[in-house]
Design a protein around this ligand. Sequence first.
Ligand code: 5GP
Length: 174
Amino acid sequence: QELIAKLEATIENISDFPIPGIQFKDISPIFLDPKLYEEVIEDLVKFSKGKVDAVCGIESRGYLFGIAIAVALEVPFILIRKKGKLPPPIISEKYDLEYGSAEIETREGQIKKGQRILIHDDLLATGGTTEAAAKLVQKQGAEVVQFSFLIGLKGLNGDEKLKKFNAEIYHTLE
Ligand code: 5GP
């Protein structure tokens, strides 16, 4: 609709960044337009309203929308960070990258047992990062009930990878 058209006109597609052959979607122009930002948040909030007890955002672009979603829903926001950024005690989860591996972390005790969790990030590509985030949430006895993304890239099977969590998946834009 109108929001999708506006986003398509605003998000910049940059060829060969950060490496040759990759087309990077730069979402930073959205933040130059506060009205558009508000509309994006409204759209993402609508998907989760009344359905989650807390929002987990993935570093770092997941924070740009995630915290506003949590505030609008009046639920806690929990940071999922890259290794080494959070002070102890922490819970962590390792995952494989195309080359090598990575690790993400949350502060222990911030996610509560039995909570219904929304995991949010700006963009879903292969789903590797989000899958690790979902495992990290489950490790803490909470339930991943929703995933939301501003952008879900087609053709990389991100949605497929997330199916096993039996959670709702939403992207504003494909
Ligand atoms: P995945 O783990 O699904 O393959 O990659 C998703 C992660 O990479 C997200 O955290 C996202 O922020 C980042 N990412 C990958 N490609 C892009 C891109 O083209 N634009 C933006 N903004 N983020 C990207």
